[in-house]
Design a protein around this ligand. Structure first.
Ligand code: FRU
Ligand code: MG
Ligand code: CA
Length: 617
């Protein structure tokens, strides 16, 4: 009975439970789907948020190109490059993807150091053109969107300058413009006067030169004809500001500032009234007239010089505040250790310095001998020491050093240009690097560089000679490589110009120039202007550089800097998801733009470089 009574009840109850269950499950399911739907909707409509992008000032991610005006393009057939020559080739810069140019000095000069010995800081050197030519150059460059920087050479003036002539002649207004000092009687020879100290010039021999006119020595850290200004004298500092203001008023966008570490020397007031001798280096292979014989304790990297630099930055900032327009920049030249170099950015007290000091580490710390680990180490050195928020920069060559493919290896040209373009900050190109120009051969007879002529002889000049990096630009395969209509050029044309010239590289299916153009175009990519970096060696031979930015494509450089092939494992590259696409490959690579890379194992031939484009992180 109970059973019978319970039976139907149970049946009834079971039915209710089932209904409730079905309804509950149904409601949960519906709610669940709604929840899933909402979540999905949120995810798919918003995705990972793109990062907020800091607006960049014009110079912060620019490609900066150094022109050596004497060797860029000759317009009048005298075998010497000039401003009209530069004007006629201005289209080259937008074509190559270059944003700004800086020109080695174009001012009046007796050309002892090819323009670094300025006799009139306010005028254009006659072989290069006129003030009108300069104005035309500026106007045309600006109309193409190209910024123009001048070379500001504050450390010294030519001994042919009015400043020096007046100073030497004793004009009170200029008497203290230079570093003048009495010598010492030579105990061994009464008719001889010894220089004030043992300081040695950059180009060999004593840094002191006797003036029979003034009956005193003057200081020259470079050539005898380049007298060092006295930066402990306020009128000199004022004059430097006047010079900068003059060219800014003309419309220059800023300055590359020359030879800063040598600006100030020890003050005799701190050394019992004497110019103190530099300590001896103890390097016995050098003779007393050679730079390396001493350590430049009292002649280089003096802390006072930075205050002068910080004042210049105050001046350019103030100039912009008063005149409006784009930022006027200062880029510092100085070969110094990392700490003294970083002080050109500014100091810990918050004083701003130049916008950046040039980073010469690719020149001084790396060569064809370097391994992948050296590259990574040297690159991270700059990035590690750089003050927070500062802009890095990368320099592969300049007018003072052997050209990039000569110091490294020709197989590395595209990889080095790619590295330059893919690293964060400013990429600096020395004229000719975009086509992989190598050093030209310059015989002893043809050598005109003051450093080589002074420090070397027929057997040793090549150790110092800067002319091989200064031979004229190769435009095409015609007379003088299209540099000049004359076949008598100030320096010989390098004999490889038939193979290495711009016109040919524009025609060729693959060329350094075409790679360069693709690389500069890639710099417009937000990942490169704003992204993070990660760089690490795979091995002694190869390394990767990854640039990544949330929601933007990941860009990866793979570069084998060795002279043998190397197989790498792409699963080790952070943020790289396969398949990736080859954006550009070095010219001897078996890969081509557009090729798909979908295997983790990849072999790079000697010098091979690949830039890969992959999905965002
Ligand atoms: C680089 C440099 C040289 C020049 C020297 C003196 O240090 O630009 O080319 O000879 O400074 O101005
Ligand atoms: Mg000319
Ligand atoms: Ca000096």
């Amino acid at each position: 009975m109970q059973g019978s009574v319970l039976g139907p009840q149970l049946l009834i109850n079971m039915g209710t439970v089932l209904k409730v269950l079905v309804i509950t499950v149904g409601v949960i399911a519906v709610l669940g789907w709604i929840a899933v739907g909402i979540t999905w909707g949120v995810l798919s409509s918003q995705g990972p948020e793109p990062p907020e992008l800091k607006p960049l000032d014009w110079w912060e991610h620019c490609v900066l190109y150094q022109i050596y005006p004497r060797s860029f393009k000759d317009s009048d057939g005298d075998g010497i490059g000039d401003l009209q020559g530069i004007i006629s080739e201005l289209e080259h810069f937008p074509d190559a993807g270059i944003d700004a140019i800086w020109m080695s000095p174009i001012f009046e000069s007796p050309m002892i150091d090819f323009g670094y010995d300025i006799s009139n800081f306010y005028n254009i050197h006659h072989e290069y053109g006129t003030m009108e030519d300069f104005r035309e150059l500026l106007q045309k460059a600006h109309s193409l969107g190209i910024k123009v920087l001048l070379d500001f050479v504050p450390n010294h003036a030519s001994t042919y300058s009015d400043y020096f002539i007046e100073s030497e002649g004793g004009n009170p207004e200029f008497a203290d413009y230079f570093v003048w000092a009495d010598g010492y009687p030579d105990p061994e020879n009464e008719s001889n006067i010894l220089p004030p100290s043992n300081w040695i010039s950059h180009f060999g021999g004593s840094a002191w030169e006797w003036s029979s006119t003034r009956q005193q020595f003057y200081l020259h850290q470079f050539a005898v004809e380049q007298a060092d200004f006295n930066f402990r004298h306020q009128p000199v500092k004022d004059e430097m500001i006047n010079i900068m203001r003059f060219w800014l008023d003309e419309g220059a966008d800023g300055f590359r500032v020359d030879a800063l570490p040598y600006m100030i020397e020890a003050d005799p007031a701190d050394h019992d009234g004497r110019y103190p001798d530099n300590p001896l280096s103890g390097l016995i292979q050098f003779e007393p007239h050679q730079l390396e014989y001493t350590i430049p304790l009292y002649t280089k990297d003096l802390i006072e010089l930075y205050d002068v630099v910080y004042e210049w930055r105050e001046f350019t900032d103030q100039y912009q505040a008063e005149h409006g327009g784009d930022t006027r920049v200062l880029f510092a030249e100085g070969y110094a250790n990392i700490s003294m170099t970083m002080l050109y950015y500014g100091n810990e007290d918050g004083k701003a310095g130049t916008h950046f000091p040039f980073n010469f580490d690719f020149i001084t710390d790396l060569s064809s001998e370097s391994r992948a680990r050296d590259f990574v180490y040297v690159i991270l050195k700059w990035l590690s020491y750089m003050p927070f928020g500062a802009v890095p920069n990368w320099v592969l060559g300049n007018h003072d050093n052997n050209r990039m493919p000569t110091r490294f290896n020709e197989s590395m040209v595209d990889g080095l240009n790619a590295l330059n373009m893919l690293l964060p900050g400013v990429a600096v190109t020395y004229q000719g690097e975009e086509i992989g120009m190598r050093d030209g051969y310059v015989s002893w007879e043809d050598t005109v560089d003051v450093e080589a002529c002074n420090r070397g002889d027929e057997d040793t000049y090549h150790l110092y000679n800067r002319d091989p990096a200064r031979t004229p630009f190769h435009w095409d395969n015609t007379t003088s490589a299209g540099f000049s209509i004359s076949d008598d050029t100030w320096l010989p044309i390098a004999d490889d110009y038939m193979e290495i010239n711009l016109a040919k590289q524009k025609e060729d299916a693959r060329s350094h120039y075409k790679v360069y153009q693709k690389l500069t175009a890639l710099r417009k990519h937000t990942t490169l202007s704003h992204g993070e970096y990660d760089i690490r060696a795979f091995s002694d031979s190869s390394f990767y550089l990854v640039r990544s930015l949330r929601t933007y494509d990941t860009l990866v450089l793979l570069f084998n800097v060795a002279q043998t092939a190397d197989t790498v494992d792409l699963s080790r590259v952070p943020h790289l998801t396969l398949p990736a696409t080859v954006y550009v490959a070095s010219i001897h690579s078996s890969r081509d733009a557009g090729d798909i890379i979908d295997r983790e194992e990849l072999t790079l031939q000697r010098g091979e470089a690949l830039v890969l484009q992959a999905a965002p992180i």
